[in-house]
Ligand binder design. Structure first.
Ligand SMILES: [Zn+2]
Length: 293
């Protein structure tokens, strides 16, 4: 695929896993002058140059835990765990995206990964096994329980998102939270015991009553609100009759290729508004237009 990777992909960090386990090396890198990502809570502070801003480890709030993000051009980068995680991490504010939208792709990816990791630490200060306090370990890529010793690892939650095609049209839906006339690809979390293909088939049937086959992978996107991995797929439907689950979807419809082109080119007069550019669904629809050109 010649298209650039989706938003939040394409970081340039050396994650330097051996360093995480090497306490002496980590301490050596975490010298006071090492670079620390500047954040307000979990929101990045951008400079006038519209880039991420960096201070030094001296700027970390006293007593805060510090995460080793990795090496960038050989230089160690750190970030401090905020006092609180995001109280509503799945609620993605448009203003936040507008601010993030100015960052270059590699910095957006760096920020996204840091945000997921920091938010996880801030919301996992106690052990799920015994309730005891946990402490950051392995440079921030693990938490250990101080009472029972259980180890926890940063979460990534896999989500399938799919373009279902039937005779040259794609199925898009909207839920009540979507702005305006926005339609997007159907999506849902993968459940324990499921393959990606099985999750795609189950979600489409649950939400729209459509049976699908021939599920193929398109691309993936780390989504840091709070820590999803969006697994973008394509699937075929043999029937186009829809039975919507109103708890999941306010509406779903089949759209022709011309209607998708129109949504991108003249969204105000088109049949629907396309997903915004940071969403992997936007990327998927562009991919489909290229595939069917
Ligand atoms: Zn424990």
């Amino acid at each position: 695929m010649s298209r650039p990777p989706p938003a939040f992909a394409g970081h340039k960090l050396d994650r330097a896993d051996p360093i995480r386990s090497d306490a002496a090396r980590l301490a050596e890198l975490a010298r006071a002058g090492a670079r620390l990502l500047r954040l307000e809570g979990l929101v990045p502070r951008l400079g006038e140059d519209e880039r991420l801003q960096w201070g030094t480890l001296r700027d970390a709030p006293k007593g805060s835990e510090v995460v080793f993000l990795g090496l960038l051009d050989g230089e160690p980068l750190f970030a401090a765990v905020p006092t609180d995680g995001d109280p509503d991490p799945a609620y993605t504010r448009r203003e936040t995206f507008a601010a993030l939208g100015v960052l270059p792709a590699d910095e957006l990816a760096l920020y996204g990964g840091a945000r997921s990791l920091l938010d996880w630490h801030a919301r996992h200060r106690f052990c799920p096994q015994c309730g005891g306090p946990t402490l950051l370990a392995k440079g921030g890529w693990q938490r250990d329980c101080t009472q029972c010793g259980a180890q926890q690892f940063p979460r990534t939650d896999p989500v399938t998102i799919m373009l279902v095609e039937h005779q040259g049209r794609v199925l898009l839906g909207r839920n009540a939270r979507f702005p305006g006339r926005s339609y997007s690809a159907l999506a849902g979390f993968i459940e324990p015991g499921e393959t990606v293909e099985e999750a795609v088939a189950r979600e489409v049937f649950e939400e729209a009553g459509v049976r699908v086959r021939d599920v193929t992978y398109i691309t993936s996107q780390p989504w840091p609100f709070p820590s999803q991995l969006m697994i973008a797929c394509h699937a075929h439907a043999d029937e186009d009759a829809l039975t919507l689950d109103p708890t999941e979807l306010e509406d779903a419809q089949w759209f022709t290729r011309d209607e998708v082109v129109e949504a991108f080119e003249t969204p105000d007069s088109a049949r629907f508004a396309p997903p915004f550019p940071m969403a992997v669904a936007h990327h998927m629809l562009r991919w489909w237009l290229e595939k069917t050109a």
